[in-house]
Design a protein around this ligand. Structure first.
Ligand code: NAD
Ligand code: UDP
Length: 321
């Protein structure tokens, strides 16, 4: 059935991919973005009559009153800088969008009896002492450091979701997303895959922070987007927290070598200081997503990276980088 869907953060990395697939499915999409970390050029090629773009900040007081938000069926609340480089550049905006902004989106869901997916993050586990991370693990987050504005704001966003679910019965689902990538990541986004591929293709040094022994688990964007849609459509997932990620875990140095090999690059690998509070390991336990959504990732890291590298090459040719 055709649905009216709001996506906050539509001009960002995940928002753009999500809008494209929902429009392909025939839904009406209202995309909102204030362009703090997203780019208008990401959505300039969406020529679909079902798409409406509103350039606005989801934190403004009167935001939920926009008459366009009447009769909305589904809300994906994605708005928030996600790259450490950007959330540390905009710490107060990051706190606001995940708290005030989340409350505003929950209000729209409440008044429309709509379903809402809040994109939380593996960062709620902080620097984890439990490995892999299950949804039951309560986390090891530092309030006094450069990542706190993001981690703690997402945690408070989850609290608001819990309250709107338990007090008002809003159909809330929380996705704890682990590192996701594709060529949709802007070259200057600062996240590891965009940095390493841009560096490898331009012959610059590949910048490994610390000794590169820290780990991450990388999920290709189509797998993450499929999970978000399944989560939205599943009534049994109301009031649930779910890890979304690929459990294949890599050392960052291993990733640097893999990207060097796949790009056939001569770039040297250089070691820079490890940023404060950088988590030492991260890998999702996705048993709950498998059981509840029947979901697991399909794209291997090599396949995903090859596709990403191909598209980055084309992007860099166009921009003459
Ligand atoms: P992104 O920075 O590319 O996109 C976020 C978008 O939100 C941007 O277009 C930005 O301009 C917009 N935005 C920020 N504040 C806003 C506000 N106040 N009002 C309106 N728009 C606003 O990030 P992304 O990678 O697409 O991530 C999307 C969501 O998924 C984020 O909530 C992020 O925390 C979460 N997440 C992403 C990942 C990942 O690996 N990509 C991992 C964990 C969680
Ligand atoms: N990283 C790195 N070099 C870079 C960018 C990131 O070694 O140029 C490391 C970073 O220190 C972290 C991992 O790669 O250990 C993932 O970083 P990213 O910023 O992509 O996401 P995070 O998982 O830290 O939020």
């Amino acid at each position: 059935m055709l649905k009216k869907v709001i996506i906050s953060g539509v001009a960002g990395f995940l928002g753009t991919h999500l809008a494209e697939t929902l429009l392909e499915d025939g839904h009406l999409v209202i995309g909102i973005d204030n362009l703090i970390s997203g780019k208008l050029e990401n959505i300039k090629d969406i020529h679909n009559n079902g798409f409406t773009f509103i350039q606005d900040d989801v934190c403004s007081n009167d935001f939920p009153l926009n008459p366009l938000f009447k009769d909305v069926d589904q809300i994906y609340h994605l708005a928030s800088p996600a790259s450490p480089k950007l959330y540390q550049k905009y710490p107060f905006e990051t706190i606001n969008v995940n708290t005030i902004g989340t409350k505003n989106m929950l209000e729209i869901a409440k008044s429309n009896k709509a379903s809402i997916v809040f994109t939380s993050t593996s960062e709620v586990y902080g620097d984890p002492e439990v490995h892999p991370q299950t949804e039951e693990y309560k986390g090891n987050v530092n309030t006094w450091g450069p990542r706190a504005c993001y981690d703690e704001a997402k945690r408070l966003g989850e609290v608001l979701c819990y309250l709107y679910y338990s007090v008002y019965g809003v159909k809330v689902k929380v996705a704890r997303i682990f590192n996701t990538y594709s060529a949709g990541l802007a070259n200057d986004d600062g996240r590891v895959i965009s940095n390493f591929i841009s560096q490898a293709l331009s012959g610059d040094a590949i910048t490994v922070y610390g000794d590169g022994k820290q780990t991450r688990s990388f999920c290709y964007v189509s797998d993450t987007i499929r999970a978000l849609k399944l989560l939205m459509d599943k009534d049994e997932a109301n009031g649930e927290l779910i890890n979304i990620g690929n459990p294949m875990e890599y050392h960052i140095l291993e990733l640097a070598h893999l990207i060097k090999r796949l790009t056939d690059s001569k770039s040297p690998i250089t070691f820079l200081p490890l940023p404060k509070d950088d988590p030492k390991m991260r890998r999702p336990d996705i048993s709950k997503a498998k059981e509840l959504l029947g979901w697991e990732p399909r794209i291997s890291i090599e396949e995903g990276l090859e596709e990403t590298i191909k598209k980055y090459k084309a992007k860099m040719r166009i921009n003459n980088v």
